[in-house]
Write a protein that binds this ligand. Structure first.
Ligand code: UD1
Length: 366
C-alpha cells in the first residue's frame, strides 16, 4: 500500500502543541507521509515561530501567510489559499485541531473536495454561541469523518448533534502529550524575573478584552487580586492593544504586585505554570494544562467547554464574580486550592492512539 499523505493544519498558538505530538507519531509510523501546513493566522516570533523551536517541530512545509484580519476575511483567505494548495498537492486526509478559524476553514475546503477530515479535540461545547470558537467547533465536527475526543463528555455532545458513534474516538488529550513530553525540560530552565510566590494570569477572550466595560471589570479584579498575591501576566497581543486603547494598561502598571510580561514562549510558560500557586485565565488550553499539573485554576468565564477540568481537575469557573474569585484565590494562596486528579487518557499517549485509529481507518478502506 502506498504511503497515506496526511496534511496537518496549524493556524494559531494553541494549535502548535496539539500538532507537535501528532506529527512526531505519524512520522515514526510506517505507512504515512506528512505535510505540515501553517496558515499563518499567528505569524510572529512570540505567537508562532518560538513555538516551532520549543516544541522541536520542523518549520512548516507550507506557510500560507494569511495574517490577521476580521474573522470573515481571515477565514475566507485561508479557504482560498488552502484550496489552491490542494490544487497543487494531493492529500489522503486533512487533520485539523482545536477550534480556531484555520480549523473550520481548512476542514470545509477539504470536505468539499472529497478529502476526509480528522478533527482532533472534537465535541467540546461551551453552549455559548457568542464565542467564535464555539461556532468553529460545531461546524468542524459536523463535517469531519473522524472525531477524536479529549474527554468523555464530548461524545454525548456529538450524539445530540446527530453525529454517529462510529465516527467518534475517545483518544485523550494531545495537548497533555506535549505538556508531559516537555515538563522535565521546562522545569530546568530559569524562571523570568518574577516573585517567589505568584498567580499566573492570561486573558484574551473577546468577551473579556474587546468589550471595554468587561475589560474594566477584569482589570479591577486583577487590582483586587494583587492585594492577595503578586500577579505575573504575560499579555496576549490583542489584550495589550485593548489595554493601551482604554488607558487601563497604566492602571495595571501602577498597581504594586502586577508584573506584565510579553507573551511567553512555550517552555517559559510551562515553567511559570509549574511555579505558580494558582492560575487566573480565560484560555481553554490553560484550564487543561493546570488540571494536568495539579495547579488550582480560576476561570474568568461564565462557562467552560472542558467540564472535566471542573468535575475532576483543579478548575473553578468563576465568571467575573469578584467575591467568588477573591474567595477561591484566598483558598489557593493558603494551600487549600482544588488539587483534583488527572482525567482519563490524559497520559501522554493520545497521539499514538490517534495514529492507531488512522491506521485502522485506511486499512478498512484499502
Ligand atoms: C485566536 C483564536 C483563539 C485562540 C487564540 C490564541 C480564532 C477565532 N481565535 O484568537 O481561539 O485562543 O488565537 O492566541 O481563531 N497578533 C500578533 N502576532 C501574531 C498573531 C496575531 O501580534 O502572530 C495580533 C494581531 O494584531 C491580532 C491579534 O494579535 O489582531 C489577535 O490575533 P487574532 O488572529 O485575532 O486571534 P486571537 O485573538 O489570538
Amino acid at each position: 500500500m502506498a504511503d497515506k499523505r496526511i496534511m496537518l493544519v496549524s493556524g494559531a498558538r494553541p494549535n502548535f502543541m496539539k500538532i507537535a505530538p501528532l506529527l512526531r507519531a505519524l512520522d515514526a509510523r510506517p505507512g504515512f507521509t506528512t505535510r505540515l501546513v501553517h496558515t499563518g493566522q499567528h505569524y510572529d516570533e512570540d505567537m508562532a515561530r518560538s513555538f516551532f523551536r520549543d516544541l522541536g517541530m520542523r518549520p512548516p512545509d507550507v506557510d500560507l501567510e494569511v495574517g490577521s484580519a476580521s474573522h470573515g476575511v481571515q477565514t475566507g483567505r485561508i479557504m482560498i489559499l488552502f484550496d489552491e494548495l490542494l490544487d497543487r498537492e494531493e492529500a489522503d486526509l486533512v487533520l485539523v485541531v482545536g477550534d480556531v478559524n484555520s480549523t473550520i476553514a481548512c476542514a470545509l475546503v477539504a470536505v468539499k473536495r472529497g478529502i476526509p477530515v480528522a478533527h482532533v479535540e472534537a465535541g467540546l461545547r461551551s453552549r455559548d454561541r457568542a464565542m467564535p470558537e464555539e461556532i468553529n467547533r460545531i461546524l468542524t465536527d459536523s463535517i469531519s469523518d473522524l472525531l477524536f475526543t479529549t474527554e468523555e463528555t464530548a461524545a454525548p455532545n456529538l450524539h445530540a448533534e446527530g453525529i454517529p458513534d462510529s465516527k467518534i474516538h475517545f483518544a485523550g488529550n494531545v495537548m497533555v502529550d506535549t505538556l508531559f513530553h516537555h515538563r522535565a525540560e521546562a522545569a530546568k530552565i530559569a524562571l523570568p524575573d518574577v516573585p517567589e510566590r505568584f498567580a499566573l494570569v492570561t486573558l484574551h477572550r473577546p468577551s473579556n478584552v474587546d468589550d471595554p466595560v468587561n475589560l474594566k471589570r477584569v482589570v479591577s479584579i486583577l487590582v483586587q487580586s494583587a492585594r492577595t498575591i503578586p500577579l505575573v501576566f504575560p499579555v496576549h497581543p490583542r489584550t495589550a492593544a485593548k489595554l493601551r486603547e482604554t488607558g487601563l494598561r497604566e492602571t495595571l502598571e501602577s498597581t504594586p504586585g502586577v508584573h506584565l510580561l510579553p507573551p511567553s514562549n512555550y517552555l517559559t510558560f510551562v515553567r511559570l505554570l509549574l511555579a505558580a500557586q494558582v492560575v487566573l485565565t480565560d484560555s481553554g488550553g490553560i484550564q487543561e494544562e493546570s488540571t494536568a499539573l495539579g495547579v488550582p485554576c480560576i476561570t474568568l468565564r461564565e462557562n467552560t467547554e472542558r467540564p472535566i477540568t471542573v468535575s475532576e481537575g483543579t478548575n473553578e469557573v468563576c465568571g467575573l464574580d469578584e467575591e467568588k474569585i477573591a474567595h477561591v484565590l484566598a483558598e489557593a494562596v493558603q494551600g487549600r486550592g482544588k488539587s483534583g486528579r488527572v482525567p482519563k487518557l490524559w497520559d501522554g499517549k493520545a497521539a499514538e492512539r490517534i495514529v492507531d485509529e488512522l491506521t485502522i481507518y485506511f486499512e478498512e478502506r484499502s
